[in-house]
Write a protein that binds this ligand. Structure first.
Ligand code: FE2
Ligand code: FE2
Length: 176
């Protein structure tokens, strides 16, 4: 009996070790991190822009990407990670998404030439950077999700499909 338990513990330790040293992220995490890098790049790019029309166009792209990304996290990733990720951390993530959406709506109601427009875009970028850190840092939401029970490769397929759907829907809304 004791031998069996020892064996189980040993194999569990082995697979645990393997998982920790694995460099490959499961698909869901790869996709969400890719979105993060893309939008961070756009916030950096924004700082170099001078023309109002360029600023407007890039901000529209940032806003659409953030709306789609927060929606797929809220519809699929966060709810399915309840149980694997600390409750408080997930609750805070939803609240931060709401904060970001309010800031986006405020900026959308303005014109690039308006006072504080650039400042608001910059502050939104910093806010997003903070939120992304909470998701990606050691012990953060993604790290806890990777240790959990969900099949994050299969979830990645669903995240991607829903993202494509939302990009088409929300992107079309904007054009109308
Ligand atoms: Fe995210
Ligand atoms: Fe998020």
């Amino acid at each position: 009996m004791a031998t069996t338990q020892n064996k189980t513990a040993a194999s569990r330790a082995r697979s645990g070790r393997k998982r920790r040293t694995s460099r490959r992220d499961p698909l869901a995490i790869t996709l969400l991190k890719r979105d993060h890098r893309e939008v961070e790049g756009w916030f950096d790019e924004y700082e170099q822009l001078e023309e109002d029309s360029d600023k407007q166009e890039l901000f529209n792209r940032i806003a659409l990407a953030l709306k789609v990304h927060t929606t797929i996290e809220e519809e699929i990733f966060y709810p399915e990670e309840r149980g694997d990720v600390e409750e408080d951390m997930l609750d805070e993530a939803y609240v931060e998404h709401d904060g970001a959406k309010k800031m986006i709506a405020e900026i959308e109601a303005m014109q690039p030439g308006d006072e504080f427009y650039d400042a608001k875009v910059k502050v939104l970028g910093e806010y997003i950077k903070h939120h992304v850190k909470e998701e990606e840092q050691p012990g953060g939401i993604f790290a806890q999700a990777k240790k959990g029970d969900e099949d994050l490769d299969a979830m990645g397929e669903r995240l991607q499909a829903r993202k494509e759907e939302l990009m088409a829907e929300m992107g079309a809304d904007k054009a109308n």
